[in-house]
Write a protein that binds this ligand. Structure first.
Ligand SMILES: CC(C)(COP(=O)(O)OP(=O)(O)OC[C@H]1O[C@@H](n2cnc3c(N)ncnc32)[C@H](O)[C@@H]1OP(=O)(O)O)[C@@H](O)C(=O)NCCC(=O)NCCS
Length: 466
């Protein structure tokens, strides 16, 4: 959600018909009376949500460009709409201005690498419904349009059978109220040119057997497919796999947005004829009295194992005329960062990355695997998705697989629903959340048990934005 449509890429698809008051994909017009949540902010205001089509493109982009302060000429309109799933793209109308869009949002069908059980070697891919491009018309701000759209989005997600919802937040203050919480951190750091990367002997041997080639000319379609396929098998906890069409859009290299920078390039790592990693980058260089000071900005980095990561890292730090390599969307346990000397020797910036919340509490809690057996009752409060509120019994067996069902028993633990998003990838432990007062322990020992079961032993990476 942090990104606007234009920045995420796009290409033209021509409008089909738009009549204005189509039903939503479930076949019913969706009217979200804000007062259903007790949040009506303008008298008897009613906010209705309808599906958008490509014929709404201009109005949709006008709101998107204003909301994200974007230059409409930077990316052609048809390119901005590329990769949008119109079945999941909606507009809000406020009854003060019927027939005009008051807000927009879209979502993507994504995959996310989450903790696994004994059965899947510690990590697995699960579906996640990713909300993005949320924008409200400037005249309609703070009148409940976002609230209505979020509620609509989560109901749609539930009707689709999704159990996990995610987003990237433009501002940290907005989404906690809707039950989302930070599930991974985006770790940015730089490696100086020539940085030594002393990995263990087996990883070094694997890197030595990895061939790395530079693609001077990027074929968007081919590289998008290769990146997408590698993300699907990348074992890194927190990896977000976005649809291939979205990767392609993000790789589009418009001369207008490039403003004099070189086109994107890629390093492709292969071993025994198979792709094992890709780094997409762009270099920038300034000249001072004939001396070059350049940096390599890495926009995608994915690898199927640490040998491939090391092979790519070695090539990135040895480019001529460059003094540093800038990396983002990594994690604090990123091997590259740690081979380079960890946070002790780097300037590391940490920001929130993925925010998660349950669409269905039981579905989300059983989607991941656990580190230790557990049998606890959790009392969950969810003001946005009331179907999640109540007491749940979470039982984890010896292999790390979970079951979660409604329970009438007294709760061992009480929490608001957003805590689940924060625990989910192991970013924070239950002990830390309890000490912040966000988990209330009613049965002694239950926070410690929750802490052990959710432990992942490794920090998630920031993962690809969407
Ligand atoms: C952020 C944005 C979508 C909010 O839309 P909105 O329709 O004004 O939000 P709502 O009126 O539904 O607000 C719902 C609640 O969130 C709060 N809120 C919304 N945006 C907020 C912000 N930027 N900062 C603090 N609080 C905010 C409201 O005060 C309200 O609080 P309440 O629950 O106490 O009543 C809109 O301002 C916008 O388009 N901003 C620019 C683009 C952007 O940042 N999009 C989000 C991308 S992640």
């Amino acid at each position: 959600m942090r990104r606007n449509l234009a920045r995420r890429g796009p290409r033209p698809r021509r409008p089909e018909a738009l009549t204005g008051n189509e039903p939503n994909h479930a076949g019913e017009p969706f009217v979200n009376p804000v007062d259903a949540l007790g949040r009506r902010s303008e008298g008897e205001a009613v906010i209705s949500i309808r599906p958008l089509t490509l014929a709404d493109g201009d109005e949709l982009l006008a709101i998107d460009h204003f909301a994200f302060v974007a230059d409409p000429d930077e990316v052609p309109a048809e390119q901005s709409l590329e990769g949008l799933d119109m079945d999941r793209t909606f507009g809000a109308e406020h009854d003060d201005r019927p027939g005009e869009l008051a807000g927009i949002y879209t979502s993507f069908d994504l995959r996310m690498r989450v903790p696994g059980s004994d059965a899947d070697d510690g990590a697995r891919l699960v579906p996640m419904n990713g909300l993005t491009a949320v924008g409200v018309h400037p005249d309609m701000r703070r009148r409940g349009v976002l609230r209505a759209m979020i509620r609509h989005h989560l109901e749609q997600a539930r009707d689709r059978g999704d159990v996990i919802a995610g987003l990237h937040a433009s501002e940290p203050v907005i989404y906690g109220r809707f039950g989302y919480s930070v599930a991974s951190h985006d770790v940015h750091y730089s490696l100086g040119s020539g940085t030594k990367l002393p990995a263990s002997e087996p990883i070094t041997a694997l890197a030595d057997r990895t061939d790395v080639r530079t693609l001077l000319d990027l074929d968007d379609d081919t590289i998008a497919r290769r990146l997408h396929e590698l993300d699907l098998v990348s074992p890194a906890l927190g990896t977000v796999v976005v649809p291939e069409a979205v990767v392609r859009r993000r790789l589009r290299d418009n001369p207008t947005s490039r403003v004099g920078k070189e086109p994107r390039r890629a390093l492709i790592a292969t071993r025994e004829g198979r792709d094992v990693g890709v780094a997409v980058f762009r270099r920038e260089v300034t000249w001072d009295d004939g001396n070059a000071d350049g940096h390599v900005n890495v926009t995608y980095l994915t690898a199927v194992d640490e040998g491939a990561l090391l092979a790519l890292g070695r090539r990135l730090v040895e480019m001529d005329l460059m003094s540093r390599v800038d990396l983002g969307q990594r994690g604090l346990d990123d091997p590259l960062l740690n081979w380079a000397g960890s946070v002790r020797t780097r300037t590391v910036r940490v920001a929130d990355a993925l925010w998660l919340r349950p669409v269905e509490v039981s579905g989300m809690l059983t989607a991941r695997g656990y580190a230790t057996p557990l049998d606890l009752t959790l009392e969950v409060r969810d003001d946005t998705c009331d179907w999640n509120s109540g007491t749940w019994r979470l039982v984890v067996d010896e292999t790390g697989e979970a079951e979660c069902v409604r329970s009438d028993a007294d709760a061992d633990i009480r929490l608001d629903v957003d805590v689940i998003g924060e625990l989910f990838l192991g970013l924070r432990g239950a002990r830390a959340l309890a000490s912040l007062g966000r988990i209330t322990e009613r049965t002694p020992g239950s926070v410690a048990a929750l802490n052990s079961a959710f432990a992942t032993g490794i920090q998630p990476i920031g993962g690809t934005g969407f």
